[in-house]
Design a protein around this ligand. Structure first.
Ligand code: FO1
Length: 312
């Protein structure tokens, strides 16, 4: 599976963890060799605006604008509108900064004028100086729904933000996934890919919502190229977010091996972290490396190690 020459990578990302690997790879591969496909399951309507958190996290990260403490929103953003909203009893549970609001206003305006989410993503990348193709997996709405013991059925942001992902998850759904289809742009990227990489995003909340869309899984399986995932579990826990807690609630062992099992035959390669206990998985080539990406330099180093493994 050694990659040679000017090979093309398609990277599937969700939230913050995925954006870090996208950043690292963007420093090593030119735009015509790295396409980023982003989860749309977190997207929702809020205060009349279409909010696309995972797309914006990748966009701001690649543009060098992201608030690095949170991994989402705009660095050093102000909160005049949030304060004014609070004064008049508006919703402030979802923290939207003033500069971030400009993105949501622009996206919503473009969508209302008939643009596709894919076109809006391309336009926002262009104006923010991001030359990489940042593609929503589908232009249709496929919201992630979370069934919980304590609060019943919750929309994703209600689970993740309003309830701080504390409720016990009993099931996760991807509404409308069957009837949806990947965009032409995503289909073309997959057909031309020399390798498919699944970022260390939450498999159940950020990657599965994409794999559920239409015939995406079958299209990936049809490509006889490296199809690898990077473990989001390091040392028995998630670097950020609910992945480990979710695995426990779903009755799974909190390990990279469980993640590899979950992805199943979709993968023929897996990148595990050196601190995780080694595991075997038939049909899976497993690389072990330091996958922590606390800063820009580490992200580039991890991306470099990943590409070197693919080239070996
Ligand atoms: N996550 C939070 O935990 N609290 C927030 O107030 C919040 C606001 C927010 C605003 C814009 C945006 O693009 C993302 C935001 N996120 C927030 C993250 C968001 O919930 C994402 O869906 C998660 O990062 C999961 O991918």
């Amino acid at each position: 599976m050694a990659l040679t020459g000017a090979y093309k990578i398609v990277l599937f990302v969700g939230g913050v963890g995925g954006a870090k690997l996208a950043y690292g790879l963007s420093k090593l591969l030119p735009p015509d060799r790295l396409t980023i496909v982003v989860n749309v399951g977190d997207d929702f309507w809020h205060l009349g605006l279409r909010i696309c958190p995972d797309a914006d996290t990748v966009l701001y990260t690649l543009a060098g604008r992201v608030d690095s403490a949170n991994g989402w929103g705009v660095a050093n953003d102000t909160s005049q509108v949030l304060t004014a909203l609070a004064d008049i009893g508006g919703e402030t549970w979802f923290r939207i900064g003033d500069a971030d609001l400009a993105t949501h206003l622009t996206r919503t305006d473009r969508l209302r004028r008939g643009a596709r989410p894919t076109e809006v993503a391309t336009e926002l990348c262009a104006v923010m100086g991001v030359e990489y193709a940042l593609l929503p997996v589908t232009d249709e709405s496929v919201p992630t729904i979370v069934d919980t013991k304590e609060k019943g059925r919750l929309s994703f942001q209600s689970y993740f933000v309003a309830n701080r992902w504390q409720p016990t998850v009993t099931a996760i759904g991807y509404e409308g996934a069957d009837g949806a289809s990947v965009t032409r742009e995503v289909g073309d990227a997959i057909d031309q890919a020399d390798a498919i990489i699944i970022a260390p995003s939450n498999p159940w909340l950020s990657i599965a919502p994409m794999l559920a869309v239409g015939d995406l899984r079958a299209r990936l399986l049809a490509r006889d190229v490296p199809r690898i995932a990077m473990s989001p579990i390091i040392g028995g826990r998630a670097v950020k977010g609910p992945a480990a807690k979710l695995m426990r609630e779903l009755g799974l062992e909190v390990s990279a091996a469980s993640v590899a099992d979950y992805y199943g035959d979709l993968l023929n390669g897996f990148v595990d972290d050196v601190v995780n206990p080694p595991f075997e998985h038939d049909g899976l080539k497993i690389a072990r490396m330091d996958t922590m990406m606390p800063d820009g330099e580490a992200r580039i180093r991890v991306a470099q190690s990943l590409l070197e493994w693919l080239e070996s």
